[in-house]
Design a protein around this ligand. Structure first.
Ligand code: PLP
Length: 396
């Protein structure tokens, strides 16, 4: 029998704070009642703050991130449209596959799983696209499979320098509400996420930020959609309603989660993720292991994919953590299966939780045959986590 808490260190679903869980424990209510907007209008307004958009709108669809990938495509593009995408991990791969299935003509740039979006290659391709055949550029902001964060602002710059008019799609499923994200400043037209990662909620709602340019595209595009129609959703949202039954408990949870984020301050949320991630990366270095991300400039602050040494199967590390220590670590996806395991450090998390994850990973690595010294990773992370307080003591 397993005792104690089940440790959850996968990069989503993430830990739901107790106050958020309690906030969802409400009776069912009438989603067409005259006062339903008292709940929803504030949510729409605060989601815009998290996406950092004033000009765009943010919609929620029952579903998940994948649903909003589809909503973004089917509302704004036409069958056969040429789009530019990079494959550098399982999630960018899956988005490419979806785009193909939906009938788009996808120009794929394959780069190493561990690299960021190939901005220079994108710039070259966009520069050569003199007749504007490319209708959209896709960026997976945080590739959760590899622990790689790409530079969306640089992609925007490349598009602007090529005077390119394509729509900019961004998968922010494991970045928005944790890693710096600026929809308006970066000229993002479609920004996709879900509730089960940075928003600290169960899965159940996909969230999509839509720029005015994308809303205009949605008025004349011809890909088919029904449930995911932006126009239907926008019309109802304008008065606080949904075109169909929304998961009201999740909306109450979202209210509480947004309050928490606003209380902490969005910049502080980002800084906390950076600090916690730095501790995890320090631990990996102390073990003498490599992360999958190929350069510090692309290190993700929400997930670290750790390469196991030759002869050590990452699946074994994950299994030991689960069976012996009641702890879920993230697995290697696609071609990375068996080669990496992932520590998710995203959402409602603090130093002690990260130290637990590191300590369990350390024991599991050793049990799977890796040469790691007990305490080495924990101590390396402690150096990071204790540092701000050490400085405070010195100042006193
Ligand atoms: N994109 C990224 C970067 C993800 O990490 C995930 C899920 O982990 C998805 C898309 C798919 O999202 P969902 O599982 O919410 O459909």
């Amino acid at each position: 029998m397993k005792t104690g808490i089940q440790h959850l260190y996968i990069p989503g679903p993430t830990n739901v704070p107790e106050v958020v869980r309690q906030a969802m424990n409400v009776p069912m209510q009438d989603h067409r009642a005259p006062d339903f907007g008292d709940l929803t209008m504030g949510l729409f307004a605060d989601l815009k703050k998290v996406f950092r958009t004033e000009t765009g709108r943010v919609m929620m669809f029952p579903g998940s991130g994948t649903g909003c990938w589809e909503a973004a495509i089917t509302n704004t593009l036409n069958p056969g449209d040429r789009v530019l995408m990079a494959r550098h991990g399982q999630f960018s791969h899956l988005w490419i596959e979806m785009a193909k299935k939906l009938g788009l003509d996808v120009e794929v740039v394959d780069v190493a799983w561990g690299a960021g979006v190939p901005v220079n290659e994108f710039a070259r391709i966009l520069g050569n696209d003199r007749h504007g055949k490319i209708k959209a550029v896709f960026v997976t902001h945080n590739e959760t499979a590899t622990g790689v964060t790409s530079d969306v602002a640089l992609v925007r710059r490349a598009m602007d320098e090529a005077f390119h008019d394509a729509l900019l799609f961004v998968d922010g499923v494991s970045s928005i509400a944790c890693i710096d994200f600026r929809m308006d400043e970066w000229g993002v037209d479609l920004a996709v996420t879900g509730t089960q990662k940075g928003f600290m909620l169960p899965a159940g709602l996909g969230i999509v930020g839509v720029s005015p340019k994308a809303m205009a595209a949605a008025e004349k595009n011809t890909l088919r959609r029904c449930f995911f129609d932006f126009a239907d959703m926008a019309k109802m949202n304008d008065t606080g309603y949904f075109p169909y039954t929304p998961p009201t408990q999740l909306l109450h949870g979202l209210r509480r989660a947004l309050d928490r984020m606003m209380d902490e301050g969005l910049d502080n949320v980002v800084a906390r993720h950076r600090r916690l991630a730095t501790g995890v990366r320090n631990a990996v270095a102390a073990w003498g292991l490599d992360v999958c991300a190929e350069h510090p400039s692309v290190y993700s602050d929400t997930v670290t994919a750790i390469k196991t040494p030759t002869g050590v199967d990452a699946r074994e590390v994950i299994k030991i953590a689960y069976d012996r220590y009641n702890c879920s670590l993230g697995s290697g996806l696609g071609p990375l299966a068996g080669k990496v395991f992932r520590i998710g450090h995203i959402g409602d998390l603090n130093e002690g939780m990260c130290l637990t994850a590191i300590s369990i990973a350390e024991m599991s690595l050793a049990a799977a045959g890796a040469q790691v010294r007990f305490g080495s990773g924990v101590a390396a992370a402690q150096d990071v986590y204790a540092e701000p307080f050490a400085r405070a003591v010195q100042r006193n």
